[in-house]
Unconditional design. Structure first.
Length: 298
């Protein structure tokens, strides 16, 4: 292997994962133009196109996807080896990259970060928000955070947040013009604020559960967003009926800004878990993070 391939392959993995020369350049500490030039040089040396580029985005070609799958485990091993060098230090240091869905990042992880940052100022934490299941090895992440029922069996997991439940709610002003639904089927007569999964492009169905009776409905789409916080903001603006997590809705229910309906039909949301491959070396920085975010009530 040519000497220049080492750095270029590592940089290629970051570009392929972030799908942006600008964001990747910030991550690796070079200019976007220098990074783009390095990727073209890598392609030229090997005679294969690895990245498709447009004015708006960059994405790996099929050959690039295949290369990423092959090199990601090796890059993870190298990162683990360098992290192991820090084990003799008095204080954990280095970067910890975590993939998490937005609600877990905001409500399970973020509240614990002030204490973590104060205790470990030499650790740089990167949180990447993604609603779908992520291959954390291929993506170059140290760990991921997802609901427990979505984890692969070969992952080691640590609970970082308890179970919650779904809330269907709208503003008092909205209910002055629209009678509150008493049964799940009655949402079809309402302006429903829907969430579209970024990963799959599908609009989330509205699930209900009461005394063993389950129901899954396709809500009429008065509004659709691919960000859960934007769905909440739309509900607070009085645009319609929203399906939220209790973590999102609780302060607004307490203040009276939102009113809950169909509470007896609310299904549970499984607990969140931090997970990582069992074969991966757990360096001191990741171990410190795990200890900081662990749910000690479990």
């Amino acid at each position: 292997m040519k000497r220049e391939d080492w750095a270029d392959l590592a940089h290629f993995a970051v570009v392929a994962e972030l799908r942006s020369f600008t964001r990747a350049a910030l991550a690796v500490g070079v200019s976007p133009s220098a990074l783009s030039h390095a990727m073209r040089s890598l392609e030229a040396r090997h005679g294969v196109r690895l990245l498709n580029r447009t004015t708006r985005s960059v994405a790996p070609t099929p050959a690039g996807e295949a290369l990423l799958r092959r090199i990601a485990p090796a890059l993870a091993e190298i990162r683990g080896a360098t992290q192991a060098l820090a084990e003799g230090r008095e204080r954990p240091a280095g970067r910890v990259r975590i993939s998490a869905h937005r609600t877990a990042a905001i409500h399970a992880i973020l509240p614990r970060l002030p204490g973590f940052a104060a205790a470990f100022p030499e650790i740089e934490l990167e949180l990447a928000i993604e609603d779908g299941i992520v291959d954390i090895v291929a993506g170059g992440f140290d760990a991921g955070v997802r609901h427990g029922h979505k984890l692969d069996q070969d992952m080691i997991s640590v609970r970082v947040g308890g179970a919650g439940r779904v809330v269907v709610a709208a503003t008092p002003a909205y209910f002055r013009d629209h009678p509150a639904p008493l049964r799940p089927q009655e949402i079809v007569g309402h302006r429903c604020l829907n969430y579209r999964y970024v990963s799959s492009g599908q609009v989330a169905r509205w699930d209900f559960l009461r005394a063993g009776e389950a129901m899954s409905l396709e809500a009429p789409g008065a509004f659709v967003a691919n960000d859960v916080d934007l769905v909440l903001a739309a509900a607070l603006a009085g645009l319609g009926l929203a399906r939220l997590s209790m973590a999102q809705a609780a302060p607004h229910l307490a203040s009276g800004a939102l009113v809950e309906v169909l509470a007896d039909w609310a299904p549970e949301i499984p607990a969140n878990y931090l997970y990582y491959p069992g074969r991966r070396h757990v360096g001191p920085a990741l171990r410190a993070f795990i200890d900081a975010v662990r749910d000690r009530t479990a």
